[in-house]
Ligand binder design. Structure first.
Ligand code: BES
Ligand code: ZN
Ligand code: ZN
Length: 489
C-alpha cells in the first residue's frame, strides 16, 4: 500500500470524510453541486455521526470523485487518541471490500486533533487494519488499496508520514511473526529473522546457542530449552546510533515459541494459543526493526531469550534446582513458570553486559494478569517511578493501555525457597503477576527496570475489545508504545 498527501482531492474512487455526532456537515469535504449536496445531507441525517458508523454516497459516473464515504466519529467531547485510528481502519477495510485500487481520506481540521497526530493515526489505523494473516490460506486477501491523505502539504507532514509508516510496519512485522504456528517458528527461525533484519538495517546481531549458553551460565534458558529438540537461542540485536559512550536502553522479550507447560503439562483446552507465548520477543524484534529504519539517534539493545517448553525425557523437572545467569539459584516447583527463568537470565545479562540506562521487558508471563486486568490492559511492574511515568505517558498517546501493580518486600518474600535462593512460583494463586515480577526483580541489581506483562493483550482473546486495526490474532501490543517512549527520549 502506497501513501501520499495532496492539498485537495481531484480524482478518486472514494473520498472519505469524518463526521461528528449530531452535526450536519462532514469535516473538510469540498463543496459539491446541488444534487450531490442533497444526497450527502440525507446520508448525514441518517447516520447522525454515530461513532464507527459508515455511509457511502455514490456519485454520478462522470464525476472524478466516484463515491463519498461518511465516517462517524461520535461526540467531540468523547474523542480519544484512538478514535481517528480505529475509524480510519474501518474505512480502509471498506475500501478493500469494495475492491478499490485507491481511496482518499480528508484529514479533519485542527480543532478536532492536532494535524500531526491525526495523520499518524490515519496511517497506523489503515495499515494495521489491512494486515491479514493469510500465509497458510489458498484464498488470499484482496490487495491493499493505496491511500491519499488530503491535508495541506508541509515538511512536517511528510516527515510524520514516513515515521508513521515505519511504526505501523514494525507493528505489522511483530504480528506477522507472532502469528506463525509453532511448527513453522522455532527459536532458530526467530534467530534467522533477527539476522535478516539486522543485515538489512545495519544492526549488530549475535546469537548464543548451546553448548555456549550452558557454558556461559544461562542456567534458566538451558533448563527450559533442554526438553525440546528445537534448541534454545539467545538473540541479541544492537542499534548503535547514539553518542559512543552513552549507555543504551535494553529491551528484553520472552519468546517461548510454544509453551506446553513442560512436565507440569498445561490442560488441553486452548493450548494452541500458547504459540503466542513468543509475543514479547516478537514485540522487541518489531521495535528493533522500526528503530533501525527510523535511525533513532540512540543506543538500543534488544535481547530475546527463545525456547520451546516441552515435556520429555530430557526436560527439566519440578524439584530441580538451577543456577541463573545472576549466580542465584532457583528451585523449580512448576515447569510451566518458565518465562521468568529465561527472562531472568536475559535481564541479568543485559545489565552486566551493557550497564544500561534502563531495561524494559515484555512477556506473556502470567495467566493471573488476565484475571487481574482482563484482555485490554497490560500490567506494568517496576523498580523506578520515573521510568513507569514515562511509559504510562506514552501509553496514553498510543492507547495501548497499561496499569501499574505494586512490588514491595512482602511480595519478594513470597518467592523465598527452603532449599534455594528463590522458587519459581509464589504462594498458591495469590498475586501471580506480581510474584512473577518479584522473581525478575531478583535478576537486576541497580538498573531502572520496568516489566510489562502482556498475557492479556498480546493476541485477541474472548473478551478482547474489537478494534478494526487489531484483526484476529497477534496485536503487536507494545511496539507503538515503546517507539513513542524512545522517540521522546
Ligand atoms: N505463558 C504462560 C502464561 C499465560 C497463560 C499467558 C495464559 C497467556 C495466557 C506462562 O508461562 C505460565 O504458564 N504461567 C503460569 C505460572 C504459574 C505456574 C505460576 C500461569 O500463569 O499459570
Ligand atoms: Zn508456562
Ligand atoms: Zn509461558
Amino acid at each position: 500500500m502506497k501513501i501520499k498527501i495532496e492539498n485537495s482531492s481531484k480524482k478518486t474512487s472514494l473520498l472519505c470524510g469524518f463526521v461528528l455526532e449530531n452535526t450536519t456537515k462532514s469535516l473538510g469535504l469540498p463543496k459539491f453541486d446541488t444534487k450531490t449536496t442533497i444526497s450527502i445531507n440525507q446520508s448525514l441525517k441518517d447516520m447522525e455521526g454515530k461513532l464507527g458508523k459508515i455511509n457511502i454516497v455514490p456519485l454520478s459516473e462522470k464525476n472524478p470523485i466516484q463515491r463519498i464515504l461518511l465516517a462517524g466519529i461520535g461526540k467531540k467531547e468523547n474523542l480519544t487518541n484512538d478514535t481517528i485510528r480505529f475509524v480510519s481502519g474501518k474505512i480502509a477495510q471498506k475500501a478493500r471490500e469494495l475492491k478499490l485500487k485507491e481511496f482518499s481520506i480528508v484529514s479533519p481540521p485542527s480543532f478536532i486533533h492536532d494535524p500531526i497526530s491525526t495523520v499518524s493515526q490515519i496511517i497506523e489505523g489503515t495499515k494495521m487494519a489491512l494486515y491479514k494473516f493469510d500465509k497458510f490460506k489458498a484464498e488470499k486477501t484482496e490487495p491493499s488499496p493505496d491511500l491519499t491523505i488530503i491535508i495541506s502539504k508541509s515538511t512536517k507532514i511528510s516527515k510524520i508520514i514516513k515515521t508513521s509508516e515505519i511504526v505501523a510496519d514494525g507493528t505489522i512485522f511483530t504480528k506477522s511473526i507472532a502469528n506463525l504456528p509453532p511448527n513453522e517458528c522455532t527459536p532458530t527461525t526467530l534467530a534467522n529473522f533477527s539476522k535478516t533484519i539486522a543485515k538489512k538495517n545495519k544492526m549488530k546481531c549475535s546469537i548464543i546457542s548451546e553448548p555456549e549458553l550452558k557454558k556461559k551460565g544461562f542456567g534458566g534458558i538451558s533448563a527450559v530449552g533442554q526438553g525440546s529438540k528445537n534448541q534454545p537461542k539467545l538473540i541479541i540485536l544492537e542499534h548503535n546510533h547514539g553518542p559512543k559512550n552513552e549507555k543504551p536502553i535494553v529491551l528484553v522479550g520472552k519468546a517461548v515459541t510454544f509453551d506446553t507447560g513442560g512436565i507440569s503439562l498445561k490442560p488441553g483446552s486452548a493450548m494452541d494459543e500458547m504459540k503466542f507465548d513468543k509475543c514479547g520477543g516478537c514485540t522487541v524484534l518489531g521495535i528493533m526493526k522500526a528503530v533501525s529504519e527510523l535511525k533513532l539517534p540512540l543506543n538500543i539493545v534488544g535481547i530475546i531469550p527463545s525456547v520451546e517448553n516441552m515435556p520429555g525425557g530430557e526436560s527439566y523437572r519440578p524439584g530441580d534446582i538451577i543456577k541463573l545467569y545472576s549466580g542465584k539459584t532457583a528451585e523449580i516447583l512448576n515447569t510451566d513458570a518458565e518465562g521468568r527463568l529465561i527472562l531472568a537470565d536475559a535481564l541479568s545479562y543485559g545489565e552486566k553486559q551493557y550497564s544500561p540506562k534502563a531495561i524494559i521487558d515484555f512477556a506473556t508471563l502470567t495467566g493471573a494478569c488476565i484475571v487481574a486486568l482482563g484482555t485490554n490492559v497490560a500490567a506494568i511492574v517496576s523498580n523506578d517511578e520515573k521510568l513507569t511515568k514515562k511509559i504510562c505517558e506514552s501509553s496514553k498517546r498510543t492507547t495501548e493501555e497499561i496499569w501499574e501493580l505494586p512490588l514491595n518486600q512482602d511480595y519478594m518474600d513470597m518467592i523465598k525457597s527452603d532449599v534455594a535462593d528463590m522458587k519459581n512460583v509464589g504462594i498458591g494463586r495469590a498475586a501471580g503477576t506480581i510474584t512473577a515480577a518479584a522473581f525478575l526483580k531478583n535478576a537486576i541489581e541497580k538498573t531502572p527496570w520496568a516489566h510489562i506483562d502482556i498475557a492479556g493483550v498480546a493476541w485477541t482473546q474472548g473478551a478482547t475489545k474489537e478494534k478494526s486495526y487489531n484483526p484476529k490474532g497477534a496485536t503487536g501490543f507494545g511496539v507503538r508504545l515503546i517507539l513513542d517512549y524512545l522517540q521522546r527520549l
